[in-house]
Design a protein around this ligand. Sequence first.
Ligand code: ZN
Length: 449
Amino acid sequence: MKAGISSGEFLAKFDNSTMAPNAYALIKRLFPICRSITGDGIRASLNLLRDIIPLEIHEVPTGTQVFDWTVPKEWNIRDAYIKDNTGRRIVDFRDNNLHVLNYSIPVHRKMRLAELTPRLFTLPDHPDWIPYRTSYYQENWGFCLSHNQLERLNRDEEYEVCIDTDLEDGSLTYGEYFITGATKKEMLISCHSCHPSLCNDNLSGMAVSAFLAQALGAMSLRYSYRFIWIPGTIGSITWLALNEACLPDIKHGLVLSCLGDTGPFHYKRSRHGNAEIDRAVEHTFRHHAPNSEMLDFSPYGYDERQYGSPGINLPVGCFMRTPNGQYPEYHTSADDLNFVTIASLDGSLTQLLRVIQVLEENKRYINLNPKCEPQLGRRGLYRQVGGLKDIASGQMAILWILNLSDGKHDLLDIANQSGMPFHQIAEAASLLCASELLEVRNGLRPAEC
Ligand code: ZN
């Protein structure tokens, strides 16, 4: 039997002592796998997620037309190296899968440094770090290495370069997990799952999504929840092209990424700018995350730009800690297991659960006694709400709800206008409903409001 939600108890139902450590342990298992936008790496990763939740794994064949794009050939890699003239591997894919330009075509030949150099990528400002580079839609090959490694290469030496890959017809793989709620209106939670050994971007998103899905799957919920783990860009385009029939039911959505670093939360608004999801995140930031920041929508970044393209136009924002590109470790080997922390994953999970709690409980009510204030004392509602120290705020919550429950304002509006935290408004609303002074707006069953 699934547990129901009652106001104020939502967060208490989650076992924070195990969720974040388990999310970190999952990141550790996913870290060594060489993922890409297609291939066995993403397949193996989704299979590991199946230890947490019974997600479905979908395969979309190469060549499938998805809006203006085509599902690409499938890429798989067995090995890659640069050997010196003694046969020693001086750059070795087995040490770090970032060493290969992701989606490199196969190559095996000998060449001198001058010829090899244009195909080598380094970060001179961080000479110990390996950059992460890709070439998905233009056939190419190359190596990424630390600048220190590059400086040890010798101009006169002949090197053996080998990239043992396949780029062949196959499929694009993505994972999907659907939780049926009381209504078919749903929340979409999407994260890109195509990066190789990079922890914050985006193993943190993959793991947080998996444990959020596991937690929500054990509850009785108002909304349905759809989680998707997809390759960036081509994955969201593919999913949207193949699932257009689902789109009218998506009422809220979040793209999750970069949730394990120690920076403050950032939220990029949906294209709508002030959708319910945008207001819910803003509210929880104001009350629970003092250094967080709201960012305006822009058609760049992660898959929110596909969900927010004009012909799709879903209310999907992007929830992060430090945004992509704004930390030096981004897209480098320094985004490793030391860069993400259990405490940050824990904070991200808790904050996301707060947002979901607001969405689950946010409804529009009408005051059934709108002509002047009702007599609260007679109903045991005058200075009776909450513990002693909460009496005054509980009283104010009641007055705000009665005043603004004219069918035009939802509880989130009331929380924002009163400056009070949502859970306090929601608790007072249930008391008023029990006293028959308030009811969910006419014409809709409570679950649909
Ligand atoms: Zn990235």
